[in-house]
Design a protein around this ligand. Structure first.
Ligand SMILES: [Zn+2]
Length: 303
């Protein structure tokens, strides 16, 4: 997941910035889950060596790893969100998002992706529940503490390998590996208590609306929460088609949602003057587009 002002300069960034400097090569690169490619390391799960990357005629390639074809379950871990940082509107719209986007023309874009047995992704998302973590790891988090937060939540939410666990932080919490400066969210997988657990971090853009939100007046009156909705959608799409960072991504290491980050297509104007481009469950959202793996490949809000 890139920052919006990085993605707006994608071509320039690709050519000139060090983080990309070594990645523009013919060989495919493994994504980090944080929105830009990097060379694969032993720390990442190995792709199936028998499955060569299929040259993608749609601008994205399959690398042999698992794809979440049956519809992901979603769990939310509300980290913080108490006291003066309560944002019940944000909690409401984020829960509504993953409760209603399954079955939509928007989520159906993911059904253009498939696994090594040619089984396509089902157009389904199942919201399964949430728990609250009251700052158990403090307000300055690392990547490792995100995994600890997920691990601590599993006894409450249940161990589910067909799920993505979202750590959603309140506005007084930072993620020090680069939230607001390098990324707005990320997803990955890890072995927790012996299970392959998919999880994601989505920070609160209220900390940095200029970097991680598309607008400062938002359709639901919570710029941080509305900004998070687009990031949650992005990470969910990537966790579906590239859960272990070894399935669907392009030659620059960009996953499906990365290829359309911060693009919204046709926008409408909400009653408060803000922009939205999709309605889920009666609620207006400004959600980024996703990459369709068909017809040569293109960003869209529907398929
Ligand atoms: Zn991404």
């Amino acid at each position: 997941m890139k920052l919006k002002w990085l993605s707006g300069l994608a071509c320039l960034v690709l050519g000139t910035v060090t983080v990309y400097g070594q990645t523009v090569q013919n060989k495919d690169l493994k994504p980090t889950g944080k929105g830009w490619g990097e060379r694969g390391t032993g720390a990442l799960p190995a792709a199936n060596p028998a499955a060569k990357a299929r040259a993608g005629s749609n601008g994205i390639s399959y690398h042999g790893g698992p794809v979440m074809t049956s519809g992901l379950n979603v769990y939310y871990i509300w980290y913080g969100w108490g006291g003066s940082y309560a944002d019940t509107k944000a909690e409401s719209i984020l829960t509504n998002l993953v409760s209603t986007e399954g079955g939509s023309p928007y989520f159906n874009i993911n059904s253009s992706y498939y696994n090594g047995s040619n089984v396509h992704v089902t157009n389904a998302v199942h919201y399964k529940g949430s728990t609250v973590d009251n700052y158990s790891q403090g307000k300055s988090l690392s990547d490792a503490s995100i995994q600890t937060i997920v691990k601590n939540a599993l006894p409450h939410l249940g161990v589910d390998t067909n799920a993505v666990y979202f750590v959603l932080t309140s506005a007084d919490v930072n993620e020090t590996s680069g939230f607001c400066t390098q990324y707005c969210g990320w997803h990955t997988s890890g072995s927790i208590n012996g299970s392959d657990i998919k999880y994601a971090f989505v920070g609160n853009p209220a900390r940095c609306l200029s970097a991680c939100a598309a607008q400062t007046t938002s359709p639901n009156g919570t710029p941080g929460g509305d900004g998070m909705a687009s990031i949650v959608a992005h990470e969910l799409e990537e966790a579906t088609t590239d859960p272990d960072l070894n399935a669907w991504y392009d030659s620059r290491g960009e996953e499906n949602a990365d290829k359309c980050a911060w693009t919204f297509g046709t926008e409408s104007t909400a009653s408060n003057g803000s922009k939205y481009n999709v309605v889920f469950g009666g609620t207006q959202y400004l959600i980024q587009r996703n990459w369709v793996n068909a017809s040569g490949g293109y960003c869209s809000m529907s398929y």
